[in-house]
Design a protein around this ligand. Structure first.
Ligand code: GLU
Ligand code: MG
Length: 443
């Protein structure tokens, strides 16, 4: 660590920003002088345990056992092999953090630790996961108006933000974030960037690093990036779709099988596991008041729990391998997922439900290739298609189904649910526009 600190200091780095994501998907951080990196890596940085019960609006929800007073200390330890000098903030290096107790043992509220446990559970079952986030965001000028006006997906929109886009692609590369595409999206001044797949911990770490990189590139060109799940009640929202695949001995189980669309029996069971637990998964992957507002039929954000092959209205869009794309490409895209989710917890619940599906040998129903939104309730019910939770009450019931409690562990589950209740109490009775506005600049 001494060598790393010296090298970074020689390169002009003055500080290390250590970041974690809270239970609202909001990145929080501490910064230390770069000379203190060796001590930070050993002993961590002191932070309050109360971040576990911060709500979306920075309210502190005292209550759960162990988190009922302002007392206590947690150590935030930078993940050493993830330290990167930020191309967009060259005075600073960046690292995701692990939250530990003062005696160095795992802290039960550490979201990254929850994902580490699921990755280990998968390894015990002989399975590895790959994951990649796809981030949609809206760009506006610092003084308020949208950054660009023009047809969706137009190269002219890219031209309007040329300096930003150039810097973003350069900085991402320098920060070690490999991407697939960057494009102008459907919504007004909306853009999308997808991060290349990686192992789950890397995927979640990179999601946080990519946010910081986008914000820095935007700021450098007088722009602001808005990651909120919904920016306008009448328009498409910002999905942060989560793509995953599962492999055994390096072979993707979502392709090359005898099942429909090349699924192997385990690959199909993975998909069926996600489908079985979708309401509970969505309560973690799309947890905020703004998330609930985003999940409307007809906006490609998913509103109903069903799967389809390349169906963009499906909560689970199966992307099969094809002759052109090859076996490694096959993946499942989870649509009810957004910036207000903690990326580590999201991946943890997805992996857990998928592992359970495989362990139970589940078989998925046939895929649905239409948009069931315009169908009658009877037709949807006959096809086994249900609305994803659309209210806090439904979300709360889905959270309590057992899966989330088991994955998060008793303590973190308690903190997560009181935070959701605090968000509900804040949102209740407020006009929709106020709820949407309050989420715009939180992520
Ligand atoms: N903007 C949509 C959402 O809220 C997604 C559009 C797409 O399919 O990429 O999830
Ligand atoms: Mg998109």
């Amino acid at each position: 660590m001494h060598k790393t600190a010296e090298r970074l200091a020689r390169d002009g780095v003055v500080g290390l920003i250590v970041v974690w994501a809270d239970n609202n998907g909001i990145p929080r951080s501490r910064t230390v002088p770069i000379e203190q990196l060796p001590q930070a890596a050993e002993r961590g940085l002191g932070v309050s345990p109360l971040f576990a019960i911060f709500d979306t609006h920075d309210g502190i929800t005292y209550g759960p056992p162990g988190l009922s007073t302002p007392s206590g200390d947690v150590r935030l330890v930078p993940v050493a092999d993830r330290i990167v000098r930020l191309a967009g903030q060259p005075g600073f290096a960046w690292a995701p953090g692990r939250q530990m107790t003062a005696d160095g043992s795992p802290w039960p509220y550490d979201q990254r630790g929850v994902l580490e446990r699921q990755v280990e559970a998968a390894a015990r079952a002989g399975l590895e996961f790959r994951a990649g986030y796809e981030l949609e965001f809206r760009l506006s000028r610092e003084d308020g108006p949208l950054a660009v006006v023009g047809p969706s997906y137009s190269p002219r929109l890219m031209l309007e933000v040329d300096e930003f886009a150039t810097r973003l692609m350069r900085d991402l590369r320098a920060n070690g974030v490999e991407i697939g595409q960057l494009h102008a999206e459907y919504g007004p001044a909306q853009f999308e960037l997808n991060i290349a797949p990686a192992d789950p911990l890397t995927a979640a770490d990179l999601q946080l690093l990519t946010r910081q990189t986008i914000h820095a590139a935007a700021r450098a060109h007088g722009l602001r990036a808005c990651f909120a799940p919904l920016t306008d009640g009448a328009r498409v929202g910002n999905g942060w779709h989560l793509h995953t695949s599962v492999a055994r001995d390096g072979v993707n189980l979502l392709s090359g099988g005898d099942g429909p669309h090349g699924l192997t029996a385990d690959g199909a069971a993975y998909l069926a596991g996600l489908l079985r637990d979708l309401p509970s998964i969505a309560a973690v992957t799309a947890p905020s008041a703004a998330s609930l507002l985003r999940l409307r039929p007809g906006f490609f954000s998913s509103a109903y729990a069903f799967w389809g092959v390349e169906n963009r209205e499906a909560a689970l869009r199966f992307v099969p391998s094809t002759g052109l794309l090859g076996a490694a490409h096959a993946n499942v895209e989870l649509k009810p997922s957004d910036a207000s989710a903690n990326p580590y917890l999201s991946l943890a619940v997805v992996i857990a439900s998928g592992l359970a599906g495989i362990a139970d040998g589940l078989v998925p129903p046939p895929p649905v290739q239409e948009d069931p939104g315009p169908w009658t309730e009877e037709r949807r019910a006959a096809a086994g298609i249900h609305r994803l939770p659309a209210t806090f009450e439904e979300q709360h019931a889905a959270l309590n189904s057992g899966l989330v409690r088991a994955v998060l562990g008793e303590e973190l589950f308690g903190a997560f649910t009181v935070v959701r209740a605090a968000d509900q109490a804040w949102a209740e009775g407020r006009p929709l526009d106020e709820v949407i506005a309050a989420h715009l600049w939180r992520y």
